[in-house]
Design a binder for this molecule. Structure first.
Ligand code: 4AD
Ligand code: MG
Length: 430
């Protein structure tokens, strides 16, 4: 009977066949340990000479890394492996022999691995990261669907900027100029006025010349937008959503977190509510942490975010930022118009900002004033203004960066390992 490694627990004591690749192998004179992987997981196959015969045993010993096989054998419990099972091999059939697979079990440099990303994805750690990513995606859809949100797909080709013009990817749209979307937010606001609570989940593009462990040129963002919700309502959605995602990974990715050697005690603490500090308090905090040169009105860099995160064991919201360093659409605090009703959510353990969100300006006159201040003109902004002209309501939304969230939850140092084929400064291949 054909099965997969993920399903072997249903076949203990029975003989099954699995289509697999040989990830690694060890052997002695009498026994060969075959590390098998089939996409669903990793499992050890034990081939004993006395059982499979001299000829088959020699064939097993000469199998090369990443050769593909149909392996047949009996599933037995094995408490030493994360999977909990192994296979006593009775027979195997070579499908294809792989010669000189470039990624050997020794250590390779990152550039070499990145050049071979199409093969590197097969390795145990990368497999685990992709499974965690998939669970975060699954839990995201689950959360927003259960809360009555409608999934909306904003366009990728756009006529204007949503977040500022410095990082736009330009392209030609026949005779017009177009840009790859850096955020679907403006469209999501229109959708929220039509459907109430909406979320998007799609690729976004930033032509940022940043070469850090947190920056990708192409990344995936989840952007919920909610009509009739203010800033505080939005923070509650954010903390519940992030808690749901973390708890889902803990529940459904136990093997993967073990492979990744993730300290799960850190993740267990991630339960709503999350602490909130104002930007003013954050400035104080970083000054106390030794960054004396930081002044009110400065944006925070990675070292500042890490210093702030150190004081908390959950993600922390930094709220009420100076209007002058935030986007044109954020609503000023009525009690203090020099700051806006917004928050960045900073992940623990040095992973930095994973969410940016805000309450949006709903007053048409103030929005027109912001257009003037920011020099925003043209048809691309006219329709956005109309959302304030016809039944304007308080509304809020946010954007969560998928790859930074995967990096944090999986405990991976660099975002390049959290997306199947990363687009980085100076890297468009494979
Ligand atoms: O803070 P950002 O720029 O916010 C927006 O785009 C808003 N329009 C979202 C909204 O309110 N609908 O980006 C949101 C998140 C960041 O917190 C970060 O997690 C991620 O997107 N992000 C990046 N991730 C990887 N590489 C980059 N270059 C990123 N830039 C932003
Ligand atoms: Mg931001």
């Amino acid at each position: 009977m054909k099965t997969t490694i993920a399903e072997v627990h249903k076949h203990v004591g029975k003989e099954v066949t699995i289509g697999a690749w040989l990830a690694n192998k060890r052997s002695s004179g009498k026994i060969a340990f075959l590390q098998l992987r089939d996409g669903t997981g990793f499992m050890q196959g034990v081939a004993v000479k006395a059982e499979i015969g001299e000829e088959k045993f020699q064939e097993a010993k000469s199998l090369t890394q990443e050769s593909s096989l149909y392996v047949t054998g009996t599933i037995v419990e094995d408490t030493r492996s994360p999977l909990g099972f192994e296979m006593q091999v009775s027979d195997f059939e070579l499908i294809h022999e792989a010669v000189d697979y470039p990624i050997t079990p020794k250590n390779h440099g990152t550039e070499f691995l990145m050049d071979h990303r199409h093969l590197w994805l097969r390795s145990k750690k990368q497999h685990a990261v992709m499974k965690v990513r998939n669970e975060i995606i699954r839990a995201t859809y689950e959360f927003f669907n259960e809360q009555g949100y409608v999934k909306i797909d904003p366009p990728i080709l756009t006529g204007a900027s949503a977040e500022g013009t410095t990082e736009l990817f330009h392209t030609k749209y026949f005779d017009e100029d177009a840009y790859l979307s850096q955020s679907g937010q403006l469209y999501m606001e229109a959708a929220a006025m039509a459907l109430g609570k909406v979320f998007s989940f799609g690729p976004t593009f930033r032509a940022e010349k940043s070469k850090t462990r947190r920056h990708l040129i192409e990344f995936w963002m989840i952007e919920p937008e909610m009509a009739f919700m203010d800033h505080e309502d939005s923070l509650q959605v954010q903390e519940q959503y992030v808690s749901h995602v973390v708890q889902s990974v803990l529940k459904n990715c136990t093997i993967e977190l073990q492979v990744l050697e993730r300290d799960t005690a850190q993740l267990e603490k991630i339960q709503a509510p999350f602490p909130r500090i104002t930007y003013d308090e954050a400035i104080q905090l970083v000054k106390e942490k030794g960054f004396d040169d930081v002044e009110w009105g400065d944006d925070f860099g990675a070292p500042h975010e890490t210093a702030i995160a150190e004081s908390f064991d959950k993600p922390v919201f930094i709220t009420h930022w100076p209007a002058e360093i935030k986007a044109f659409y954020m609503k000023p605090d009525p009690k203090r118009p020099d700051v806006v009703l917004c928050a960045d959510l900073i992940a623990p353990e040095g992973y930095g900002e994973i969410i940016g969100g805000s309450q949006r300006i709903d007053d048409i006159e103030l929005m027109e004033q912001r257009y003037k201040e920011h020099g925003l003109t043209g048809p691309a902004y006219e329709w956005y203004l109309q959302l304030r002209q016809y039944g304007s309501v308080p509304h809020s939304g946010f954007g969560l960066g998928l790859e930074r969230t995967v990096a944090w939850i999986a405990g991976v140092e660099h975002v390049r390992e959290t997306i199947p084929f990363p687009r980085l400064l100076n890297r468009l291949y494979p």
